[in-house]
Ligand binder design. Structure first.
Ligand SMILES: [Zn+2]
Length: 255
């Protein structure tokens, strides 16, 4: 592979390093470039314990842009799981930011942990998210063990046996939850026009909350302005009355 790529390219250097770092399968995740393409990886993740996905192993693709790590990878699940749509691109970004935001310090490992951390979270109707019932997800978790990738083979064999040391699994899962708390995973809209703003149907709840917040905020200044001018008028009347009263009082004292 070394001969095929420009070794001066930051993306190539970085991906070579990540492939080396991830070359040993763990019990929780494994990812490697597919043969002959450093920018196209396949991964497997184990469903987190104590979730509907426990016992399942899920396979997918990660596509890396030529600008990686400045631009984010896109992720696609291939094994039916009941949480993410299969064959649909999902992007990872910093929580609360524009979907394009991604930290170059994040890596393919971060993306894998984010997937593990995100699986038990509610889909909330976001694009590429699914809210299958617990029963359906557990059924799919069992079925996932039979999944065979045309390129990688039986995915169950790609991960290490679950470790007897539960501490190890717990540490990975705690890290996965931590990452999932900092990032959002959003499906790309089916309209793949990159210049277009992402569709706002992605998070209907957040949008309506924002609108609700914006409406009173937008209305407030105008009522404030009215209040201010009202206050001036009332103050002027009071001052005028006070002057009148003072004059009368003064004139009666003089008399
Ligand atoms: Zn594969």
């Amino acid at each position: 592979m070394e001969n095929k790529y420009n070794m001066k390219s930051p993306a190539v250097k970085r991906l070579m390093r990540e492939a080396q770092e991830l070359s040993q399968p763990t019990a929780e995740y494994f990812a490697q470039p597919v043969e002959d393409n450093l920018f196209e990886w396949h991964f497997s993740v184990r469903g987190p314990a104590d979730s509907d996905f426990e016992g399942g192993v899920y396979h997918g693709r990660i596509s890396l842009p030529p600008e990686y790590p400045l631009k984010p990878p896109s992720i696609m699940l291939l094994t039916p799981n009941g949480r993410f749509e299969v064959n649909r691109k999902i992007c990872l970004s910093i929580s609360g930011h524009h979907p394009e935001s991604w930290l170059p310090s994040w890596s393919i490992r971060t993306a894998l942990l984010a997937i593990i951390g995100f699986m038990p979270s509610p889909g909330m109707g976001a694009i590429a998210s699914l809210d299958y019932s617990q029963e359906e997800r557990q059924k799919l978790a069992k079925k996932s063990l039979e999944f065979v990738c045309p390129e990688c083979g039986k995915i169950l064999n790609l991960l290490q046996e679950p470790s007897q040391l539960t501490n190890e699994n717990e540490a990975v899962q705690a890290e996965a939850r931590e990452i999932a708390a900092q990032v959002t995973m959003k499906g790309e809209s089916s309209n793949e026009n990159p210049t277009q703003e992402p569709v706002h149907t992605e998070e209907p709840t957040t949008i309506t909350q924002q609108q609700q917040l914006q409406q009173p905020a937008a209305a407030a200044p105008s009522t404030n302005n009215n209040d201010v001018s009202y206050n001036y008028i009332i103050a002027a009347i009071i001052v005028a009355l006070a002057i009148l009263l003072f004059r009368r009082f003064a004139s009666s004292m003089m008399a």
